[in-house]
Design a protein around this ligand. Sequence first.
Ligand SMILES: [Zn+2]
Length: 317
Amino acid sequence: MPLEYARTQLVPKPWGRVDLRPWRESGVGGESVGEIWFERAGVDLARPALLLKILFTSEPLSIQVHPDNAFAQSKGEANGKTEAWYVLATEPGAMVALGLKASVSDLQLRAAIEDGSIADLVHWQPAVAGDVILVPAGTIHALGAGLVVAEIQQQSDTTYRLFDFGRGRTLHVEEALAVARPGPAAAALAPSPLTKGRTLLVASPYFVLERIDLPAGTHWALNAAQETWLLVIQGQVEVGSATVPVGEAVFLDSATAGLAAGPDGMRGLLAYAAAAPVAGLLDAMDTPATGLAPSPFTPPPHPAPPASAAGNPELCP
Ligand SMILES: [Zn+2]
């Protein structure tokens, strides 16, 4: 019954940024950080099915596509990669690209990758805080500059790059052509209220993403029958005996945790490994849900040591 305060890894990236506030007080010695990864607290623990990150962009990331499960498995990998973004903050003019403006043939897509015109073929759209974007495997996409984004994804490192904005990294033309659906992305669904405190943002075959809003001073039971990540994005929450502030996360699996919203309430993102919203995931409690947390846990010291940049060269760059 794991209930863990997630460990974080700060991953330096040339397209990241130095000032991570308010998501993290300090970075890594003036280095540009592109990603914060949330990980299970111990070593030798079962690898989660989902990976939670916060991304910081000062330049656009590559235009890219990820394989679905069938293609990934044909290459000997465990699974493909569907991901979803929740936009936390933007600078003026920030954009994301999702799908293409119009359908093209495989031949036209190949030509657009080879001459770089793919950068004009993708459908760029303005991004503002609170936007939710599902990126199913096979959807051509990119994050523009000036974004802070929470990302939940299937646990996979496989990225096929179609365009790199002149940075000269390897493109993966054949793989991208094999997995990309060269047309417009499916229309986004609007967030929809579930039960008290819960708003459904995304339901994909691999994960559900919800926003939870807990008013100041309220108490709740989070009943996580499956792998579940809770990322605090406003306010703070007591989970068991630990205070979880903005930019920190908790991992649960087959566990129930008592939540107490802080003096300004708490807004969080809840991502879990299910194909549809789970009933009874969050119960309002009249009285403090003491004793529900299986064991006290304490936050790890911050900042976590930086991940080796060389160790993660191909991670959704
Ligand atoms: Zn991606």
